[in-house]
Design a binder for this molecule. Sequence first.
Ligand SMILES: [Zn+2]
Length: 433
Amino acid sequence: MKRLAKHLLVVSFDAMNSHDLEKLKNFPNFSRVLKDASYSYEVSSISPSLTYPAHTSIITSMYPNKHGIIANTLMQPYREKPDWFWQQKYINVPTVYDKALEKNMNVAALLWPVTAKSKITYNFPEIFANRKWKNQILVSLMNGSKAYQYNLNKMFGKLRDGISQPKLDDFVEASLLYTIKEFKPDLTLVHFVDLDSMRHYYGFDSIQADEALVRHDKRLGNILDLLETENIMDDTIIVVLGDHSMKKTHSVISLRRLFEQNGYMNYKKDKLIDFKVITKTADGSTYIYLKDKSIKDEVYSLLREFKESTNAVEKILDNEGIRKVFADNTADFLVDAKEGYYFTDKLEDLVINKVEMVGNKVKDGYLLSSHGYLSDKEDYHTIFIVKGKGIKKNFDIGKMNLVDEGVTFAQILGLDMGEVDGRLLKEIFEDEI
Ligand SMILES: [Zn+2]
């Protein structure tokens, strides 16, 4: 396969949607990257449309049922805060970066989900200290490239305040610029989370979310400037993408309270003791797993009744329905919330609870905007921009899917992903592939 460019740089802006790009196309740096690019405002995410499954679909071109990252967090029923799918060991299929590493290419990844303990050359993985006694910097060091991360912390650590935003993205940006300048990797993957965090905490249309857009535009500008001053723009293909959109939320559904009231879950105070049914939230939707399959019909009736007596549920998929959306097919049900609602795995006081605020910020543990819904929700698209050597100029790709991205990245680097779920975006290339 013919390699199109020496460098591929993939910049992910978490939760960026089509309406954001409508605004951003008039900003100084998004307008710069959109000029002479191929682009889509109609990218469908995968189901459930969560960050970890989505980023894994982006770099494998496979759906969650095959790549194995079916939610953000692991099934650890008795743990209040389960661990996340941090390590690459959870991915069941090849990634673009594996293929690049096999060909002796240098790969850098900064906060790209599910890369911890991978063989990535310059790896600063997304992982946080999930136990009180663990130190954030040490946890990161142990799960990525030690010397590389040590240097990043030494040089830019002052920009950072744990994992709080927007400082974390400022740290990632400084680290990215240094990495490109110093190592000029063949493949660079970077994930910025500022916008997603502001929408979760302050709301979809909040001033804070608008300010995050301004910061993202500046970050993109600094990246483009560096590619120019380092004279590598001509041999770089840059991709700017989002992983999912988001919806405003006002209420949170605690199906565990419903199951507890009906004798399917047993709690002592707030502590789970035993269960016949367990939920695994993906925020906008939730998986439901049965310990004993003989209660399937009664649980389904209970869910149907809940759907009919409230206005909170969009769809209840059974196992067959789950297979059709390529989510975790070991689950018995996948329940999709209506716009305005999302699911929690906490045992709340009521089955449906109002999202609580503290001043202008959402109360700890709640969300003012959510994602993780089934990907076919209305007005729920994310974005994709690709630009550089051999890529068609000012070309609207139209409808596409996250799973079409990895196989297209592989083509750019002259790599073969083998059989995948996604479609190579052949139409973006100037010359026939
Ligand atoms: Zn995300």
